[in-house]
Design a protein around this ligand. Structure first.
Ligand SMILES: C[S@@+](CC[C@H](N)C(=O)[O-])C[C@H]1O[C@@H](n2cnc3c(N)ncnc32)[C@H](O)[C@@H]1O
Length: 261
């Protein structure tokens, strides 16, 4: 799918024009369905971009497991998860292999379709069945300092990185007692009530995740993921199926607490 450059004000009929996704026209031939973003030069980005003034921590050492990580007592990745491979206690229990947790490249390939809704703008659904516990997509955008966000421009495409919040289950996570990261207790409780230091801005760069709407009855949960480094303030954010999701059901997480003004 080619990359499309937009002139300001030009409104594409379908976001697949810009993100290279399957798009269903269920608008009944409605013309000029607005794409609520500013000037976009956009394609379906596969990896996170990092704001110019931000430097990611150095690479974390890998574990010593051969091929698959199997033993939570010896695997250094699992030790970071409190000597447990991450487990979703849903749908009868589904083990998410440590490799999935730490290496988000292995997200299941489902056909995600972007479609326009009468009241919520664009939304996303899958043509395929998604089993509970499956990683669905990573939230891709520009990793940015929250304080660097433009306070004038109303941006509906910000995801604040708050691992504490997602761990506590506000993101729809079933078992908030699983301590994903060993040193989580060291983090000041207060901090989770203030604005997170970093966020993912998908206003100008993003993937399918930017079209996913909020729901108070989520079927996705938000999971912070560490792979190249171990700084949870800069964790990657992956959406997992919180339940078995039948084909064509809208996929949505509970967004979380923060609103950018
Ligand atoms: C990240 S965008 C999601 C995609 C968006 N619907 C679009 O058309 O591009 C977030 C914005 O979508 C809208 N939105 C998300 N969830 C919604 C919901 N449950 N009801 C109404 N609007 C919603 C709000 O405008 C929100 O600021």
């Amino acid at each position: 799918m080619k990359e499309v450059h937009f002139a300001h004000g030009r409104v594409p009929k379908c976001p697949s024009e810009i993100v290279g996704l399957v798009c269903e026209d269920i608008s009944g031939g409605q013309e000029n369905v607005p794409i609520p973003a500013t000037n976009l030069v956009m394609r379906n980005f596969k990896s996170m971009k990092v704001a110019r003034n931000l430097k990611l921590p150095g690479n974390a050492a890998g574990c010593d497991c051969e091929r698959l990580c199997r033993d939570p007592n010896t695997c250094s990745h699992a030790k970071l998860n409190g000597s447990d491979f991450q487990y979703m206690h849903l749908g009868g229990g589904r083990l998410v292999e440590a490799k999935h947790v730490l290496n988000v490249v292995q997200i299941v390939a489902v056909v995600q379709s972007v479609f326009h809704t009468p009241k919520k703008g664009w939304a996303v659904r899958s043509w395929d069945f998604i089993p509970a516990g499956a990683p669905v997509c990573e939230y891709i955008g520009v990793l940015t300092r929250t304080e660097d966000l433009d306070s004038v421009f109303e941006n509906n495409y910000i995801f604040y990185i708050d691992c504490l919040q997602t761990m506590r289950g506000l993101g729809g996570r079933a078992d908030a007692s699983v301590s994903v990261i060993q040193n989580v207790d060291k983090i000041d409780e207060q901090r989770s009530e203030s604005m997170p230091e970093f966020c993912i801005d998908t206003a100008s760069i993003g993937n399918v995740a930017r079209f996913i709407n909020h729901s108070c009855e989520p079927n996705l949960c938000i999971q912070c993921v560490l792979s190249a480094h171990q700084d949870i303030k800069l964790a990657r954010v992956v959406l997992f199926a919180a339940d078995n999701i039948p084909p064509l059901q809208v996929i949505s997480p509970f967004y979380g607490l923060y609103k950018h003004h």
